[in-house]
Ligand binder design. Sequence first.
Ligand code: ZN
Length: 299
Amino acid sequence: MRLVTLRMGDGSTTAASIVGSAAVRLPFSDVGELLAQPEWRSIAADGGPPVEADPDDVAPVIPRPGKIACVGHNYAAHVAEQQVEEPRFPTWFAKFSAALCGANDPLVLPLSQSRSIDWEVELAVVIGRHCHRIPRGQSDEVVAGYCVANDVSVRDFQFRTSQFLQGKTFAGLTPLGPALVTPDELPGGSPADLRIVCGIDEEVVQDARTSDMIFDVDRLVHELSWILPLEPGDVLLTGTPSGVGAWRRPPRFLQPGQQLVSTIEGLGSLRNTCVAEPALSGPDLSGPGRLGPGRLGPD
Ligand code: ZN
């Protein structure tokens, strides 16, 4: 199954299932609400009426995850490019749901605050049921499916202090989607060896396989679930391969006008065009994103 959260044009969203090239409506406002139903698989399989909406106008597939848990330093070649030791344990950090945006949304670069905004294509794991202290080898029972993310990072804020958070959770800089893809849709039913690619316009800047992960999906779900219970709709970002901008010589960062294309075999692509933020005249007290309601994800 391929499940999406579609924008309906009136400010609302709906969960939908992609059947062929069409979307059919499911009776929940987003995929996160769908996953909160223990019988979500049969609800999604039953389907519903066709959706009158642009199938590419997707919100973050899980708009308001209870947790977004991320891992740094998880691909051997990425660890090597930073000249740090291979870790013994996953390097966990978090981001907030206001950091999310849709798979085809503009990336509004906060250029008044930073000129070092960098790309990180990542495999995202979505949890499908409540679980706590999952033994190794049993993550298949609790994972709903997978999608693509780009952990777009504001590097100077990331390295202001020893904690990554402030550089990792800027508003609307983390596209998540386009669809939640259940494991049965993947080659071999597993995300263990998928090609993962990041492009800027026509240029490939990251090109690896998920088999290069130091800690695989099963290990990550196991480790996090021993720290705290996981819930339906929780999202894990599993780290990025080598090829990010900050460790290139000279360093390179995202610029307005560039299209960031993040692709994982079997899961689809995110296509986010970088735009400069509007000139700032003072605090933004206007509510949802400056490009209009819903364009920057939830707030
Ligand atoms: Zn990352």
